[in-house]
Design a protein around this ligand. Sequence first.
Ligand code: 5GP
Length: 346
Amino acid sequence: MPNIVNELKLDFKDVLLRPKRSTLKSRSEVNLEREITFKNSRRTYKGIPIMASNMDTIGTFEMARDLSKHGLFTTVHKYYTPEQWKTFAAQNPDCLKNIAASAGSSQGDFERLSEILKSVPEITFICLDVANGYSQHFVEMVRKVRAAFPTHTIIAGNVVTGEMVEELILSGADIIKVGIGPGSVCTTRLKTGVGYPQLSAVLECADAAHGLQGHIISDGGCTCPGDIAKAFAGGADFVMAGGMFSGHDQCAGDLIEKNGKKYKLFYGMSSHVAMEKYAGGVAEYRSSEGKVVEVPYKGDVESTILDMLGGLRSACTYVGASKLKELTRRATFIRCTQQLNNVYST
Ligand code: 5GP
């Protein structure tokens, strides 16, 4: 008989943050910067730990440049050539502290990553990203990258359980990317039945990582600034988003005009569009696990950044946290049956 976990696991929508008495006078007093020293690289990071996803429409150089101006981070997608990286680095030296170069787990990815890191030695973060971080092959990739780059900060994922967080940290990763199935353009839960409610994944994985002096990223499932606040409150050191950064000028992809309205194409990295672009189509043995959507055009990403940061500062003020780092300690989650009043939503 299969095991059944009867304990209820939570998504962001299942909880609200309880307000607490506070001495903060204004949300402008809240410090959203964090300073973090990583377990294996021993490097120290300082910045606002919100990240743009390494999806090819989101983790662009344009996004990296503009997010970095506000202290935010971008995991740049893996499809830029070393030459493109060299040009970007020469033109944007200030933003290199807020970016990671990404790779999957193939030998080709390893070679391309090595070439990029050789061409741009100022890059200190590596993002090793696979859909399923549970394979032994991926653990070996993390070990190999750690051996080749002993002082780079390694992000690795995705996983959703404490034991795999520990395994990846002990294999040399510094920050574990947490999330299987919560993404806005993800269909893994639909196609496979596999997944884990994101807030519970964050709570459990943060506990496992912090026990080893490691760190985690909550990746996927944030639909509004309040969800970002809940992810940090749940113990995430970083929060990564794709959909919330989509539709902007800084995103890759053409602007589409339909019936007088503007849209931008946004798709999952396992969607048929991504697979046709990079893998010559969807292989017969697999199904696509990503959606393709046209999102309303949102203009410059700056307004979205300010909305996210404003919401997060306000969340900190409501619970009396003068720094983002204190948000988890000050947080009490209330389980709820309704998060929003949708009477005027379409
Ligand atoms: P979002 O912020 O849009 O909710 O989630 C973004 C995350 O979804 C990405 O960082 C990545 O981990 C995940 N993701 C992106 N594309 C796909 C896909 O095609 N399939 C699945 N299963 N996950 C995806």
